[in-house]
Design a protein around this ligand. Structure first.
Ligand code: NOJ
Length: 562
């Protein structure tokens, strides 16, 4: 595995523009808002910004439904603003990757508008159309990701179109070479403007199994087997790489629900020329019960260890991992995997230590660096996310689930947890907007905000800054091989990283209680009794032999064994 690529050594920061910073008081974050905060990103030390979609969109799914891939959403600003943002980032040595949402477009995209006109329109085949069954029902029984059938009947031509997400997000037909060329041209449009790569939205859904078979006999069922990592995915990724990415040395990270480590090792192996890394979902699934994310259950440290180890071992030397614990689709990590009350700061730093000391590229989601938490709005009317609203309607109004139970799921797993505005200071609306925010600010903005984090030298923000800076000095943090230690421990997650002659030991107490760690015999010769503390999330770490450590609640320490 070659080393030294910017996408391996950099730390990525994800911006969800709608919720980042509003510059004009309309309550919606925008490009000028981001521009006004570039020095903040520079101060944090991140190397790459991933911008969630800023393209023209009717916003059925907050920009993941694109009606013009080469225009900027009015609410966010103009192409000129976007150019300023790109240059502002580049001037600060920060790269920019854009979201590539090409499994589907918006139904308001000109292609779809033409496609739906007649069966013979040249754009018809840009989408996936099928006649209904003789009894008038859908062509197959697939469920959409957001609930309900994945097919929508369109009266004009008496056929159904496929939409794996909302009915305003019709799936594009990747079997059509013309469609693929349009996508590649559009990618070049942005790369020619100077961007540095793409995050590829649900890119492993683009190749569907021929004939689109039903998933069993039930009326509706999950059809993932027929469209996740489908038969021609590698072929399309390779084509995209050859025709576009390789010509620009562009970075690529593919979002891939359901991907296994074995598959990821193929997609991310540089010899296969597909993508640099993928976002896997196995970690995100450790607190999902049967039937998916809303049926949440407590996660177990043993599962976190098992999944993380599986990915670390599977890709070592073969491919490359992306490392994330939250994004715009997931709850806030400190509320989910840490403790967002008594040990918020300690546990946020512990989780940061975890992410930055695994092999791969860390992704920070906006607000994570100040320890932003989940939110609990009193009423479903305060929620904006289409997935959340669909879930509530379907659970409460169709399945008879109690509103309290549905709200408990939303509090734990809803995507709006991550979409409340960034809390910049303790002024009204957390300083995010001078107007009425599109979604309410988390009421804890008076205690948790950027201004406070910048002021406090011991803050989560400053800890992230240190971690990011350390990574630049120590290749072992990026490239070192991972090996789990004391695997059975119920409170502590410990592992080593090894590069050449060097070995580091990471010890993380994932519990709210004190914990005892004993170094396994096999590692003792390495430590030779000596060690050097690289970083810790408590200020007053007593000098101790790593052979036996007592860790306080959520304490994290990284040692170099000497
Ligand atoms: C994944 C995106 O991250 C999510 O926000 C979106 O709803 C779906 N893909 C559909 O584009």
């Amino acid at each position: 595995m070659a080393q030294g690529a910017f996408w391996q050594e950099g730390v990525v920061y994800q911006i969800y523009p709608r919720s980042f910073m509003d510059s004009n008081g309309d309550g919606v974050g925008d490009l000028q808002g981001i521009i006004s905060k570039l020095d903040y990103l520079k101060e944090l030390g991140v190397d790459i910004v991933w911008l969630s979609p800023v393209y023209k969109s009717p916003n059925d799914d907050n920009g993941y439904d694109i009606s013009d891939y080469e225009a900027i959403m009015d609410e966010f600003g103009t192409m000129e603003d976007w150019e300023k943002l790109l240059h502002g980032l580049h001037d600060r040595g920060i790269k920019l990757i854009m979201d590539l949402v090409v499994n589907h477009s918006s139904d308001e995209h000109a292609w779809f508008q033409k496609a739906r006109k007649s069966k013979h329109n040249p754009y018809r085949d840009y989408y996936i159309w099928r006649p209904g069954k003789p009894d008038g029902s859908e062509p197959n029984n697939w469920l959409s990701f957001f609930g309900g059938s994945a097919w929508q009947y369109d009266e004009a031509t008496d056929e159904f179109y496929l939409h794996l997400f909302t009915k305003k997000q019709p799936d594009l037909n990747w079997e059509n070479p013309k469609l693929r060329q349009e996508v590649y041209e559009m990618m070049k449009f942005w790369l020619d403007k100077g961007i540095d790569g793409f995050r590829m939205d649900v890119i492993n859904c683009i190749s569907k199994v021929d004939d689109l078979p039903s998933a069993g006999e039930e009326r509706y069922a999950w059809g993932g087997d027929f469209f996740l990592c489908g038969p021609r995915l590698s072929q399309y990724l390779r084509e995209m790489n050859e025709q576009v990415l390789s010509k620009y040395n562009a970075m690529s990270v593919g979002e891939m629900p359901g991907v296994t480590p074995e598959q990821a090792a193929v997609f991310t192996n540089p010899d296969n020329r597909q993508v640099n890394m993928v976002f896997q979902f196995e970690t995100m699934d450790i607190d999902s019960g049967e039937g998916g994310k809303w049926n949440f259950k407590p996660w177990r440290l043993s599962d976190l260890k098992a999944v993380t180890s599986k990915w670390q071992y599977a890709l070592d030397g073969k491919g490359w991992n992306s490392l994330y614990l939250n994004n715009h689709d997931q709850p806030r990590m400190v509320s989910r995997f840490g403790n967002d009350t008594v040990y918020r700061k300690e546990s946020a730093k512990l989780l940061a230590t975890f992410l930055h000391t695994l092999q791969g590229t860390p992704y920070i989601y906006q607000g994570e660096e100040i320890g932003m938490t989940n939110v609990q709005f009193g009423s479903i009317d305060d929620y904006k996310d289409v997935e959340t609203l669909n879930f509530y309607r379907e659970a409460v109004h169709e399945r008879g689930v109690s509103p309290e139970r549905a709200m408990a799921s939303i509090y734990a797993k809803g995507r709006d947890n991550a979409r409340t505005p960034i809390q910049w200071d303790d002024s009204e609306n957390g300083g995010f907007t001078a107007g009425e925010p599109w979604i309410a600010v988390n009421p804890n903005y008076r205690e948790i905000n950027v201004e406070e984090s910048l002021r406090d030298p011991d803050s989560i923000f400053h800890y992230y800054k240190t971690l990011i800076a350390l990574r630049k000095r120590h290749p072992i943090m990026i490239y070192g091989s991972y090996d789990i230690v004391a695997e059975e421990h119920e409170q502590i997650y410990a592992y080593t990283r090894s590069l050449g002659e060097q070995k580091w030991l990471v010890v993380l107490n994932f519990s709210g209680k004190e914990a005892q760690f004993v170094l396994p015999e096999a590692l003792k010769s390495f430590s030779g009794g000596g060690n050097e503390l690289i970083i810790a999330n408590y200020g007053d770490v007593p000098a101790a032999s790593v052979e036996e450590l007592r860790l306080r609640p959520y304490e994290a320490r990284v040692y170099k064994l000497v």
